[in-house]
Design a binder for this molecule. Structure first.
Ligand SMILES: Cc1ncc(COP(=O)(O)O)c(C=O)c1O
Length: 419
């Protein structure tokens, strides 16, 4: 009897049948598939348990390692005490939109009306969760690059739409082959999501690619969403906004983030900019989803946007670290070059080791490097087998960086990888 009752406790709750199909329906919570980042966590735990004295060299973290600039934190400290900042921010305060307009003008020569062409978001991730609500009906298609940031695709499916994947391959310079999209897909496509500098491949897009996107958007009648999260971490020239492209403002929007370029990951601030009708539709959906970011945070973020020396400093730090990493990896047999942008290096995964180990997938290489050598990377097996090294590791000084690089080189040499 007691066994039966404990079994019934362990049995499904009545609401198991109530979960929506979009999260797995009555199978929700029973999925035994282990996701990539959970596998990495487990491998890290094993590495630490097996080798408690060996420091992990963690190139797996995709978050800035520094706090926001002290001047920005000082503005926050002051704004937090002001009564007028206490309430709902709804679709945002003028100060932030105006600073965003100045930022776009100064950095890219893009003129935007702050009132109608800019809206804040609580970090850019929620913007990708909301934009499908603006355009996607059941059966509509979002064109998404893979590998990539999947949130807009997940929400497209939530609304009954489909995702058409555009692989990013080295033979196309990690640009999607838009000529390969079948016409029946273009007929159903409402959104194209692109991201340059691209995460994780680190490539930037030439102006001709953006021009082609604008041309195709008009011809095939879809809306372009450009994810500019990493735009201020551009190394191969001045950062380029999609909105600089002639005609871009007629076909879409660009989504900016304060996270990467301003060391403000946890602050949750970004903005959507572009065609006023799309910005207003986004603002309507957002207004029905959240009540805006804390006004003190918006004002501190406005101060950050007005200070170009902050992203310059952050860019130079990650450029320096990236140059060191590229040199070390090349010495250890990796085929890689300086990425055009982002703090990610995306490089072909080794296929095995000189001692006879073989890796069928990047995921196997990642596990081997973590468990045997304490080197953490993130595997990408979506379009070829690649490892992603992030230069956001924690190192206080340049000497610490150099020591970490030396240790990386030593361990990778011991790993005797083959490609
Ligand atoms: C390509 C890309 N887009 C968007 C985001 C979301 O950034 P946030 O929500 O912090 O603005 C990230 C974060 O990792 C990203 O890598």
């Amino acid at each position: 009897m007691s066994t039966a009752s404990s079994e019934s406790v362990a049995a499904d709750p009545y609401f198991q049948e109530l979960f929506a199909d979009r999260i797995g329906g009555n199978k929700y919570g029973k999925d035994t598939e282990i996701y990539k980042f959970e596998k990495i966590k487990r491998a890290k735990r094993k590495a630490l348990a097996d080798h408690p004295d060996r420091k992990l060299l963690d190139f797996g973290i995709g978050e800035n390692d520094s706090m926001a600039d002290s001047a920005v934190r000082e503005v926050m400290r002051q704004e937090i005490d002001k009564t007028e900042n206490r309430g709902y921010a709804d679709n945002g305060v003028g100060e932030y939109k105006e600073a965003a307009a100045r930022f776009m003008q100064r950095n890219f020569g893009v003129e935007l009306d702050p009132a109608s062409q800019i809206n804040h978001c609580i970090g850019s991730k929620p913007a990708y969760a909301m934009l499908p609500a603006v355009f996607i009906n059941p059966g509509d298609v979002t064109l998404m690059t893979v590998p990539g940031y999947p949130v807009a695709g997940t929400h497209t499916r939530y609304y009954g739409g489909d995702v058409f994947k555009l692989p990013l391959l080295p033979e196309n310079g990690f640009l999607p082959d838009l000529d390969a999209v079948p016409d029946d897909i273009y007929r159903r496509a409402k959104l194209l999501v692109i991201n340059y500098p691209n995460s994780p491949t680190g490539r930037t897009a030439p102006p001709e690619f953006f021009e082609k996107v604008v041309r195709l958007a008009k011809e095939k009648q879809f809306v372009v969403v450009h994810d500019a999260a990493h735009i201020l971490l551009t190394f191969d020239g001045p950062p380029r906004s999609f909105l600089q492209t002639p005609g871009a403002m007629d076909v879409g929007i660009e989504v900016h983030s304060m996270s990467k370029g301003y060391d403000m990951i946890g602050w949750r601030m970004g903005f959507v900019a572009g065609h006023p009708r799309i910005v207003s539709a986004f603002a309507d959906v957002k207004d029905n989803s959240d009540s805006g970011q804390f006004i003190a945070t918006q004002k501190a973020a406005a101060a950050a946007l007005d200070d170009d020396s902050i992203p310059q400093r952050i860019r130079e730090k990650y450029r320096r670290r990236m140059e060191k990493l590229v040199a070390v990896l090349k010495d250890c047999g990796f085929e890689c070059e300086m990425p055009g942008g982002t703090y990610f290096l995306y490089t072909k995964a080794p296929t095995g080791t000189e001692s006879g180990e073989t890796f069928a997938k990047a995921e196997d290489a990642t596990r081997h490097l973590i468990e045997q050598f304490g080197i953490v990377t993130v595997p990408w097996d979506d379009a070829g087998s690649y490892l992603r090294f992030s230069v956001t590791y924690v190192a206080e000084t340049e000497a610490d960086e150099d020591a970490l690089m030396q240790e990386t080189k030593r361990r990778l040499s011991d790993a005797a990888l083959v490609f």
